[in-house]
Design a protein around this ligand. Structure first.
Ligand code: NAD
Ligand code: KPL
Length: 305
């Protein structure tokens, strides 16, 4: 009997994974917050994935967090700020030796989850796939990409990567996932907050080269002093390359703010500033950027944590 994939978080990435796994004939169950959400989901009849303009509904069975069979494999597909509470809601159902796949962007939430469920194996993921919701229980597959998975505590790849292969989820096992997570965090810190503050697309940062370069210099220094020198290599040229390659796009943080959604600031810029303080690395421009962003979010009435 193949192991069931329990997917917690019926949002963009959770739906993108759940529908592809279900399409491959693998057992998937969607874990919902409460009975009301479960009833609403059942009324919708399943999760809909829109790919190249074609919508397809997959009747993935749903259940609430508090009841159901023991969970052996959990895909945690919520935002970083919800991760600890979400895993707590199913902690009583986790099997001894359960495996968790953490899809959260940024850093900080992975440790919070691992501390909450110390007996589980926590596998972190970093994804460049793109998806967004265009309705309740409906997700549009917007950008093909890759997902890197890795376990900082245990470098051996799990056998269930075969399921991802079968489901057509492009992935790679990464022996040092922390390098990838830190590199992505650095890119996001150098680009995303500035796009919010300057109210521009990524390409608009070409008019703010000095500001971007200053942030890259501090991020490079921080990565070198906090044990992540590989994540620091040639950071600035890569940031410039990403700005150019994604010039026509709005960053994910810009999109969150423009839709009135909470951002993951604490797990990006907030985490960078916290680690800098712990390692006594001066990062005045990153700190100032964080303060400016907090004021901006406060003014908009959005959470700034
Ligand atoms: P999302 O907001 O679309 O989905 C999160 C879902 O989790 C929501 O449906 C929410 O209701 C649910 N949730 C939260 N707490 C819950 C709980 N306790 N019980 C049940 N459900 C709960 O978020 P997303 O865009 O899928 O992002 C997930 C993570 O992936 C984020 O860290 C994001 O930065 C990262 N990411 C997203 C994309 C993308 O294209 N969407 C790409 C790369 C990385
Ligand atoms: O990952 C991104 C995001 O928007 O979150 C990019 C495009 C790299 C900008 O930081």
């Amino acid at each position: 009997m193949p192991t069931t994939w329990h997917v917690l978080g019926a949002g963009s990435l959770g739906t993108l994974w759940a529908t592809r796994l279900a399409r491959a004939g693998l057992p998937v169950r969607l874990v919902l917050r409460n009975e009301d959400r479960l009833q609403a989901y059942r009324a919708a009849g399943g999760l809909t994935l829109v790919e190249q303009g074609q919508a397809q509904c997959y009747p993935v069975p749903g259940e609430t967090a508090d009841q159901g069979e023991p969970i052996k494999r959990l895909l945690l597909a919520c935002k970083a700020y919800d991760a600890e509470a979400a895993v707590s809601s199913v902690a009583h159902r986790l099997d001894a030796g359960a495996e968790l796949i953490l899809l959260q962007n940024g850093l900080g939430s992975q440790d919070a989850v691992a501390n909450r469920v110390p007996l589980a194996r926590c596998i972190s993921a970093s994804s460049t796939e793109g998806a967004f919701r265009d309705g309740d229980w409906r997700v549009v597959f917007a950008g093909h990409g890759y997902t890197w998975l890795g376990d900082p505590a245990h470098p051996v790849a799990p056998f269930w990567l075969d399921d991802l292969e079968a489901a057509g989820i492009p992935h790679e096992w990464s022996a040092d996932i922390l390098i990838r997570l830190w590199r992505k965090l650095a890119l996001n810190c150098a680009i995303n907050p500035l796009t919010v503050l300057h109210r521009c697309k990524n390409g608009g940062l070409q008019d703010h080269r000095c500001e971007v370069a200053t942030l890259c210099a501090e991020l490079t220094d921080l990565l070198e002093h906090c044990g992540q020198p590989a994540a620091a290599e040639d950071l600035q040229p890569e940031v410039e390359r990403v700005i150019q390659a994604t010039a026509a796009n709005y960053s994910s943080m810009y999109q969150d703010v423009s839709h009135g959604r909470r951002t993951e600031i604490s797990y990006l810029l907030g985490h960078a500033c916290k680690v800098a303080q712990r390692h006594q690395v001066p990062v005045p421009h990153l700190q100032q950027l964080r303060q400016r962003l907090i004021v901006h979010l406060d003014n908009l009435g959005l959470p700034s944590d």
